[in-house]
Write a protein of this length. Sequence first.
Lengths: 304, 338
Amino acid sequence: MYFLRRLAYMIPLLLIISAVTFLLVHLAPGGPFDKEHAPASPQIKHNLEAKYHLDEPIWKQYLRYVGNLAHGDFGPSLKYRDHSVTDIVRQALPVSMLLGWLAFGFAMGVGLPVGFITALRRGRWQDHIGSILTLLAVCIPGLVVAPILVLVFTIKWRLLPVALWESPFHVILPTVALGLYFAGKIARLFREGMLNTMQMEFVTAARAKGLGENSLLLRHAVRLAVLPVVSYSGPMLADLMTGSFVIEMIFQIPGLGGFFINSALNHDYTMTVGLAVLYATLLIVLNLLVDVAYMMLDPRVKYE
Amino acid sequence: MSDGKVDSSQLRVDGPNSSDRSTVDPQASMSPAKRAWRRFRRNRPALFSTWFLAILLVLVLAWPLALKVASGSAWAKSHAPEQLSDNQFHPPSAQHWFGTDEHGRDVLSRVLYGAQISLLVGFVGALVSLIIGVLWGAIAGSAGRTLDDIMMRIVDVLYSVPSIIFVIVLLTTVGETLKRMPAIKSSPMMSKDLRLFILFVCLGAVSWLTMARIVRGQVLSLRSRPFVDASRALGASPSRILTRHIIPNVFSVVIVYLTLTVPSIVLYESFLSFLGLGIQPPMASWGTLLSEGVEQINAIRIYWWLIVFPGGVLVSTLLALNFLGDGLRDAWDVKGQS
């Protein structure tokens, strides 16, 4: 019930978001046809504007836009005029999504084991080394990590391709550059979660009853200790989305980030608003999924 | 930061808090400010970060002065941040510690000038977020149930919206509008300042949410404390309670969180400038320097100093600011959201 209501909240929320971005992009002086290759005559420009209904009052344009959106139609792109926004999204979204999920997987795949080991070996050398490494990972932003990785792995050692998005080898550096920060963050959260959980009474009780250490750790403690990581994944997914703007730019990956920035700079109204709505939808849905996961892991939590 | 300065600010901040400390520790005879200062001083990373930031600040401020004083000399000529020369892509040397870039400009000088912008945006942006956040949180916390619900629901909604989208749209819209205003077209100086101003406001406008939540929580919990009840029973007006009891007690939390907001805004700015949306050339910030460094990546030569030095200074500053914030939090024993 709670989740249905949250889904229902999404609709007014998306309406507000689309209205605000719509208004903002239309408020900017200049139009999508200012930077044409040949200076368009006033007549041509007028015809173009009429074709895309840009000559109507703004509220009418907005209603038309929302009406189309309700049918799943994001409208035509004003900059890439042979393509609809849906076309471009269909092309670029999978790339961005793949990068995002790979980075997410990398962050979890590296962060959780590191957090686990540093917590178990608390105060020993594994813990010290792990803590220093995770601190570094957390403090070096992607826009510094990525160029350094490129310099070392592709220019100096010539192991991996510089840029683009073609073979599995092309995927490695962007994934690491994007995921490193989150790996560090997850390792720290999970370490803290494990340490807190190991001090709880149910752990002592389970030990006293003779439960094996392995089954205690893996089946009982981890489940509770992972909760801070789960609740962090909501903001993390949002940051993965934004972080990928820079990574996509450095590695020249044809994802959504570049399209969004260009559309904002070029007054590509439909594209900017469409992508804003898309990003917001993704974020809201992912956050909802995170809450579902949280509830499944921790039966004490009940959403009202 | 000198010892005396830190101490006095803590006195002011922590003084009113003394009445509601329930923990008794061996240092109970000391004033809370002294205790906080002792804890802070024992925190090596925080102390080290304070020194690092102080030195950086002095360098950033003294560098332009030194260039001005020595103007005319060969050293000043080769180190002016906008001075083009034939000495391109010179690796770090005794003359150019951080090397030179594609136009033969001294990278150290550019990093220090870029620091001015980056730090300015960080501090002013954080102040903007402080003002919005504290006002919002204080009003929500002290107003009635309905208004509180509405205001915090708005915060929840904004949390679920990707802020970067709004910042980008806002920056391009406001930037374009200003670019076309006749008064600004005629004066490049003014457009430069305005550009910065927009950046402050935009970044502050998307960073106040956590501050608002923290302040509201504090205000709510303070309102039900006995000393506030006592004051109310003695006939103090709501505005007096707010200014005399609530605000001074919220102060330490706010300062701690402010210190932690600065690095996030510095990072945000470098991120936007890296994408070409924030600071525009000829102005430089750490973000634009990094993006220039990335542009020079090629398969033949490695100009590592164009990336490592601006990136290194950016990272150490972020690190230092975070350590400082954590140190203040531990010293004041503030329990808020991290």
